[in-house]
Design a protein around this ligand. Structure first.
Ligand SMILES: NC(=O)c1ccc[n+]([C@@H]2O[C@H](COP(=O)([O-])OP(=O)(O)OC[C@H]3O[C@@H](n4cnc5c(N)ncnc54)[C@H](O)[C@@H]3O)[C@@H](O)[C@H]2O)c1
Length: 373
């Protein structure tokens, strides 16, 4: 019996890798069309019979790495024209070489509004990623992010699915929709989060504790679990640098500087006490990141996290009271200003990309120096 899901997945994987290879000059347009015409139609034959070949070799796996083994191909570092080839590849594709020349797919949670998630989705589009999935529980502002991406990159495909990241059913359906639509998931940035209360542990109700942890920790775990499962199903894609290994997927979780340090009396988000429940939810994200990085290293998946300091987003600047409340925390950082969402987004993109190919399980602090002071 035909295995439609398997065929769709295999065909989509081959198609995206083919596009990458064509755009990076490894496969010519006629070769591209020839291989594409060999792809079975969904429902045609079971996936185990999909056997498309390129130059006699099983295709695609990691054809650039394969080409790099061939002494007669300029992708080979010892080939006399390798420098020229690599330069052409780089100048032709720029950032797109790093983000797969349109073949790769990115996902961002918490992407509504004007915060870190929205800035990250925009940064992926600017960097040449042409398949971007966004989610948030704020449907209206999520559509604003979609419009902003398309205004900047009219050719981008943007998948929009509003929903609650703390719901297992929603997260599973969202990731399934991403894989169905894009054929794969290469980069995932888990940004959805809520602020802590202004209370110490003895003041905090169980309801508040659960509310904070359900989104910040449970929601991040649900997201990364589903993302990892999807990534494990796909072939790795070649790196922008033929000398580095291929990458199957890369996850960046957004934690917080308060997952690393506690600071009574002048912490972010409160004037009176360390927000224990919030800090613990973010420390959990850091520990989860490290554990996942260890567990999936041998599958060519990298998992890192970012610990932002005080960033100028709706979470921190929604009203005058909050700005005033956070003023002492801003002064702790030697740079004495709030960070911009784009400053965190750029770091998320670096960690997600194959440029960070040897960065694994890291908690990157992006805080203007808050934790060192
Ligand atoms: N802004 C800061 O100073 C700061 C500092 C450290 C860490 N962070 C973390 O950065 C991340 C992004 O925050 P931001 O500052 O951009 O704030 P933000 O409020 O602009 O963005 C958070 C987004 O998450 C969404 N969200 C909240 N609960 C959700 C749920 N249950 N399901 C789906 N979406 C949900 C919100 O609708 C919002 O769009 C958060 O995880 C936050 O904890 C922010």
């Amino acid at each position: 019996m035909a295995d439609n899901a398997g065929i769709n997945r295999a065909v989509n994987t081959i198609r995206t890798e083919l596009e990458y290879l064509r755009d990076s000059g490894v496969v010519s347009e006629p070769q591209f069309n020839s291989i594409l015409s060999q792809l079975p139609q969904p429902g045609g034959v079971p996936s185990q019979y999909v056997d498309v070949r390129y130059q006699g070799q099983p295709f695609p796996a990691s054809a650039i790495s394969q080409a790099a083994q061939d002494p007669n191909h300029p992708a080979n570092p010892k080939h006399p024209k390798h420098g020229e080839w690599a330069k052409k590849l780089g100048s032709k594709l720029g950032n797109a070489a790093i983000f797969g020349a349109g073949a790769t797919a990115a996902l961002v949670t918490g992407a509504a509004g004007t915060g870190i998630g929205a800035a990250t989705a925009m940064a992926f589009a600017r960097a040449g990623c042409r398949r971007i999935a966004i989610t948030d529980m704020n449907a209206k502002e999520l559509n604003d992010t979609r419009a902003a991406i398309l205004a900047q990159s009219p050719n981008a495909k943007v998948l929009v699915r509003p929903g609650d990241i703390a719901s297992e059913a929603f997260v599973e359906s969202f990731i399934a929709a991403v894989v169905k639509e894009f054929g794969r998931l290469d980069y995932a940035v888990n940004c959805a989060g809520i602020m802590g209360n202004n209370q110490s542990s003895t003041e905090t109700s169980l309801d508040d504790f659960d509310r904070i942890n359900n989104v910040n920790y449970r929601g991040c775990w649900l997201s990364s679990r589903a993302e990892l499962r999807a990534m494990l199903e796909q072939e790795p894609l070649p790196s922008h640098d033929p000398q580095r290994g291929p990458q199957r997927g890369s996850i960046v979780n957004i934690a917080s500087q308060l997952g690393l340090v506690g600071r009574p009396n002048a912490p972010a988000y409160t004037v009176s006490s360390t927000p224990a429940a919030y800090s613990a939810s973010k420390a959990a994200v850091i520990a989860m990141t490290r554990a996942d990085a260890i567990d999936y290293s041998d599958k060519a998946i990298r998992v890192n996290c970012i610990c932002p300091g005080v960033i100028d987003t709706p979470m921190t600047t929604c009203d005058e009271d909050r700005i005033e409340m956070l003023a002492p925390a801003v002064q702790i950082a030697p740079m004495k200003r709030m960070g911009r969402p784009s400053e965190v987004a750029d770091c998320a993109l670096f960690l997600a990309s194959s440029q960070a190919s040897f960065v694994q399980g890291h908690a990157l602090v992006v805080d203007g120096g808050y934790v060192i002071n």
